[in-house]
Design a protein around this ligand. Sequence first.
Ligand code: ADP
Ligand code: ZN
Length: 210
Amino acid sequence: MRLILLGAPGAGKGTQAERISEKLGIPTISTGNILREAIKNGTQTGLKAKAFMDQGLLVPDDVIIGIVSERLDQEDCRGGYILDGMPRTIPQAQALEDTGIRIDSVISIEIDDAIIEPRMTGRRVCSGCGSSYHISANPPKNEGVCDVCGGPLVIRRDDTPETVRHRLEVFHQETEALKGFYQKLGKLRLIEGNQPIEDVTRDIMTALGV
Ligand code: ADP
Ligand code: ZN
């Protein structure tokens, strides 16, 4: 099963990716997490990406395509995977198609802009493994500590209200058009994102027929 998760920042892609990944036993490829890790480690890619991410801008297509194609070549991706945060532009989607990768389903998590800000300001992410939490909707068992790996939870640098607004604009300008792209290929499934986390997961599993 090869899946793409689409949706505005804060729609719940990371949260759902974790759950589906566990249920289906396939890895999640999160370009956001890969880039944040690269920034933390001070790699060449990280240095390139940081300035864009801090401003709420998209990292250039060639950087993203490079990262993802390298990652998808690894052994654990043979049985399928979930792409979270890629593609974000039509050229990225086209690049995926051009490599001959057959995507089975594209899940678009639908959510109104008005709901996004409180989600983002309450988001906490694990600096160890990238798991996503929310201070009220999905709190960790112990405050400030990741349930999965015990790492410290932090606020993402790009989750300030101003950057969130900017990322939302970029989403509407560049990423939303992907729905049309995958609709034409007959792969798009729309899922209501404004409901409790477990209900969103259930709807996704139903849409996938699993
Ligand atoms: P994305 O990966 O799409 O940017 P996340 O999965 O990180 O979004 O979710 C953004 C924030 O909203 C997180 O704090 C997450 O815990 C919370 N969240 C995710 N799904 C829901 C939901 N269905 N209801 C309420 N809060 C949610
Ligand atoms: Zn963790």
